[in-house]
Design a protein around this ligand. Sequence first.
Ligand code: NAP
Ligand code: HSE
Length: 442
Amino acid sequence: MSSDQTSVTGPLRIGVAGLGTVGGGTLKLLQEQSELLQRRCGRRIEVVAVSARDRRKTREVEISALRWHDRAEALATDTEVDAVVELIGGADGAALALCEAALANGKHLVTANKALLAHHGTALAQAAEAAGVNLGYEAAVAGGIPIIKALREGLAGNRIEGAYGILNGTCNYILTAMHDGVRSGQVQSFETVLNEAQRLGYAEADPATDIDGIDAAHKLAILTSVVFGCPVNFDAVHIEGIRHINAIDIEYALELGYRMKLLAIARDAPNGIEQRVHPCMVPENAPIAHVDGVFNAVVVKGDFVGTTMFEGPGAGAGPTASAVVADLIDIARGQMVPTFAVPAKSLSPRSFAPMAKHVGTYYIRLMVVDRPGVIAEIAACLRDQQVSVEAMIQRARDPDEAVPVVLTTHEAEEAAVTRAVAAMAKLGSILETPCMIRIETL
Ligand code: NAP
Ligand code: HSE
């Protein structure tokens, strides 16, 4: 740790790697709020060095007075830097090299990089705690919502039964636009809405990471570790994205009293911890059903507090910078809590439940040939797997075209529903791959 670190009056000197959406926003916030931050921390937070890919790129913030490093890793050995802020992105490569080097050199580390933490979070936490420095990552989960602080501090007196939420702003933005399009009769294409999310700086460098559910899964793996005090286990997350969601399913969801959301769920279930990210139908009257646009929300169930819900902007320059700076304020004030709520050496492995063992209710949409006997064939597939039907809708009548048949089930084990749907897909009367969406009663 550099010598000025022990001084409570000297500035906290930071080096920032990555000057894109989040890096730019962070520098802007630190510049514009410098007096406020000084009052709140009792010392200044001063950016002294930066690094990005292209030195000649025009930036929205003034960086000419700051020391420039072509190699981000050089920030880790810069003797004028007390804390390194990693805002490059990516699970490995330059981001990982910088973070490992920063901790090895006794620098505090702040990162917004959930991919990195999902894959290397436990090792980085161990390195940070061994070095006696902070590893701050508030910005990595749910953007501007201070959910890590809430779990590690505000709710620390509770045994947490589970947490779920909307953790990807881009997907929620797309699903909200699809919902609004269905309601207004003016459906926008998936590409148009995704382009807008990219333009607004919400999407990852590769937006497939967002729409295939991987980004939400990275955040869920981190959240699970904080909630259950176990090592981060990204490989145990069941992941499905939103590519297969059609306007017709959003329309049926509304008709059945639900809204479509991509949820990330961590739950202590009878067969082990469930970590799952997938589209869900959630009851229209649940508060999370009305979290729209780029907003995220996290619902936490604690044994003493009961149910709490945190909602706010989940992506974008300002909200993410707000979270990055919150971690810097902790460092400037000398506040330190265990990275994943318990000391890294005390994180205890837990067993994770396979998705096949999940018990829930399901929506199934089939595109069928409209002829006598089809419904009996479909019902037989469900009967053979002991899956009970709760409701069925078949409204259209058209002997020349495929018509939708929608079923909802009573509670059933996922393995049985999957086998029933696979059997339906083989029927000659089913014209498209069946669509199965889980219904969450919450
Ligand atoms: P971005 O706009 O693409 O910015 C990435 C920055 O990293 C750019 O300034 C780029 O340099 C720099 N960079 C790339 N490779 C580098 C390297 N090898 N060495 C040094 N700098 C390098 O990304 P972002 O949206 O700000 O995201 C940054 C991180 O925050 C990611 O981990 C992301 O997942 C996370 N995050 C983003 C959001 C959001 O709303 N965008 C929210 C929460 C968390 P150039 O500018 O020179 O190309
Ligand atoms: N791409 C992410 C999202 C950024 O859309 O939520 C915030 O982590």
